[in-house]
Design a protein around this ligand. Structure first.
Ligand SMILES: C[S@@+](CC[C@H](N)C(=O)[O-])C[C@H]1O[C@@H](n2cnc3c(N)ncnc32)[C@H](O)[C@@H]1O
Length: 228
């Protein structure tokens, strides 16, 4: 069954071009680095060592985030509903998803799950099932991190409204994401807002973003939760 992103896979980079996004960082890699930094510092704050972790990235796309974190964790895996996106990351161990709310892995397979800019492409009535699936494949004490565009940030809304691949996107707030976590039985929830600063100032004053992380205006947010 074809998925929406099959049609975007080939021109994925070109389709992400937007002057406002570009003014934040000339190099798209920054956006992945920033996310990896956030996930890693959250895990460190919880006393969780990365080196023994098995990590699944749901909706991994071209596998950029997994590639960045791979040297630091025990194992990586990706899955996606788009086989065309997975074809672009042959170096990443991945499995196609044959149903959008079904993860193709056994119960309790992973210590860390991430879903980055995926949920706004999932139909609202499918999000709870996907989150329950995430909880199912997480090991006890495992962590789920969902990273999403922040609908409260006007620049984010403008960029999303201009990108062709987001034409069907339905953004969700951090509050809605926390409710999904809660309903799936995930606990100890934490939210961090980030992408306040463009790349250059961020690299000069990274602590500024840490200081702002509870203010709900960053370009994106991350919700973290634990399986008990
Ligand atoms: C905007 S891209 C993000 C890709 C990658 N996570 C990243 O940050 O570059 C959204 C991805 O989510 C995938 N996707 C959409 N619905 C999904 C679902 N229900 N389960 C898993 N992946 C899904 C799409 O195929 C696409 O690869």
């Amino acid at each position: 069954m074809a998925s929406e992103f099959d049609q975007y896979a080939r021109d994925y980079e070109a389709m992400q071009k937007d002057p406002l996004r570009h003014s934040f960082s000339k190099d798209g890699t920054f956006f992945f680095e920033r996310k990896w930094l956030l996930i890693r510092s959250y895990l460190a704050s919880q006393g969780r060592g990365l080196s023994s972790m098995s990590w699944l990235d749901i909706g991994c796309g071209k596998g950029e985030l997994l590639r960045l974190g791979r040297p630091e964790v025990a194992s990586i895996a990706g899955c996606d509903v788009s086989t065309a996106m997975l074809d672009l990351c042959p170096d990443i161990p991945s499995r196609p998803m044959t149903a959008p709310e079904r993860l193709p892995f056994p119960d309790q397979s992973f210590d860390l799950l991430t879903a980055v800019c995926v949920y706004h492409h999932v139909a609202p009535d499918g999000r709870a099932a996907l989150t329950r699936e995430a909880a199912r494949v997480l090991r006890r004490d495992g962590v789920l991190a969902v990273i999403e565009h922040n609908p409260l940030n006007p620049a984010t809304r403008l960029i999303v409204s201009r990108l062709p691949m987001d034409r069907n996107a339905i953004l969700l707030s951090a509050k809605e994401t926390r409710r999904l976590f809660d309903d799936a039985g995930l606990r100890n929830l934490d939210t961090a807002y980030f992408l306040y600063l463009p790349e250059k100032p961020f690299r000069m004053f990274p602590v500024l973003e840490t200081a702002l992380k509870r203010i709900p205006l960053g370009g994106q947010y991350a919700v973290f939760g634990h399986k008990r």
